[in-house]
Design a binder for this molecule. Sequence first.
Ligand SMILES: *Cc1c(COP(=O)(O)O)cnc(C)c1O
Length: 409
Amino acid sequence: MSDSTTPAPQTSPAPRTGRRSAIRPAGGQTIFSRMTALAAETGALNLGQGFPDADGPEAVLAAARQAIADGANQYPPARGERTLLEAIAAHQHHWYGLEVSPDTDVLVTVGATEALASAILAFVEPGDEVVVFEPTYDSYAADIARAGGVRRTVPLRFPDFALDEDALAAAFSERTALVLLNTPHNPTGKVFTAAECATIAEHAARHDAVVISDEVYEHLAFAPHEHMPFASTPGMPERTLTISSGGKTFSTTGWKIGWVTGPADLVAAVASVKQFLTFASGTPLQHGIAAGLCLPDAFFAEQRAEMAARSALLVDGLTRAGFDAVAPQGGYFVLADVAPLGVDDAAEFALRLPTEAGVVAIPASVFCDDPDASGMTSVLRFAFCKQRSVIDAAIERLVDTYGRSARTT
Ligand SMILES: *Cc1c(COP(=O)(O)O)cnc(C)c1O
C-alpha cells in the first residue's frame, strides 16, 4: 500500500567502508568468538579459545580488591601506576638481567593486544614491510593491515617448526621496518633458541629493523626449554620492544593488563600512539598484577610445571584418539594433525567436531595466509589452559569418537 503524499525516502549515502573493512573478519566475528559461541550452543568442551577456566593466585586478586578499597579508582598516570612500572622493571632484571628504567623504559597497556597495536602503528608506514612467522597470532595481521604495512611471512613448518634460514633471508628487503616475533609461540608452542634469535638479529641489524617480541608466555616455557627474551640477544637491546601481559601468567586474561619494555625512545613512540587509543586503564588491576610480578619464584615454577603436565596429558590423549599431536615447548596450546583420521581439511573438521565429539578446537589454518606452506591445512589447535578434569573429559570424548577401537568397530 503506497501513500503518494509521503515524500520519497531520502536515499542516505552508503556507509563509508574503505580499505579498513577488508580486515574485518568474515561475519564480523573472530574464529575464537565463533567457536566459543558454538561451544556454548552445543555444550561442547571448549579447548578452542585460550583462556583459563580457573582463577589465578589469590594474592593477585586480593591486591586488586584492596586497591579498589583503598581508592585507586581514577585514571592512572599515562605510563602506568608507579608500583607496576617498578614491578615490571624489577621482573625484567630478576629473571633476565635486563636493565629497564621504570621512569622511561616501560609502558603499561590494555593487554598485550594494545601494546602490539600501538607499536605496529608507531613503526609501520604505508608500504613498509613486516617480517612475521607463520602461523601468526591473529591480531598481528589486522594491525599491520591497519597501518598500511605489508606482511612478509616465514613459515614454521609442522611438526618441528624449525627456523628456515633461507625463507627468513628471503623475507627481508630494503622495505623491512619491523620484525614481529613471538616466543614461546602461539600456536606452535615453539620456544625460539638463542641460535635462532642470533640469526634473526643479524638480519634485523643489517636492515635496521625494529624488533617487537611478544613474550606473553614467558613463564610457560616447559623444561628443558628455557625462555630467553629476544632483547637479551647481543646487539638487540637498543632495537627491541618486548611485550608481555599479566593475563597468561596469572590467569587473568579478562583484566587486560599488558606492557611494553625497551629503549626510552622506542617506548616513547609507542606511548605517543597509545595515549590517544585508550590513554590508560585498569588502575586497581595494575596493583593486582604488580603483586603478581613480585610473587616468589616458586609460584612461577609451579605454574610452569602444572601447565607442562597438562600439555603432556593432552598430547597423550590426542595420540590415543589417533591424532598426530606435537608436544609443545611452551604456551597454552597443542597442535595436532588430523590427517591420520583421514581428514584433510581441519577447518571443515573443526565445524563438525562440537556436534560429532563434543569438543571445540581451532583450525590452525586461521593463523596462516598460506596454510600449505607451514603444513597447517589438516592441523587443529587445542588449548590445555583448562582444568585437568576438563582435559580428561575432552580426551575421553575424542578417544571414544575417533580412537582406534572406535574406528575399527
Ligand atoms: C593472548 C595473546 C596475546 C594477547 O594478550 P592480552 O594481554 O590478552 O591482550 C598476545 N599475543 C599472543 C601470542 C597471545 O597468545
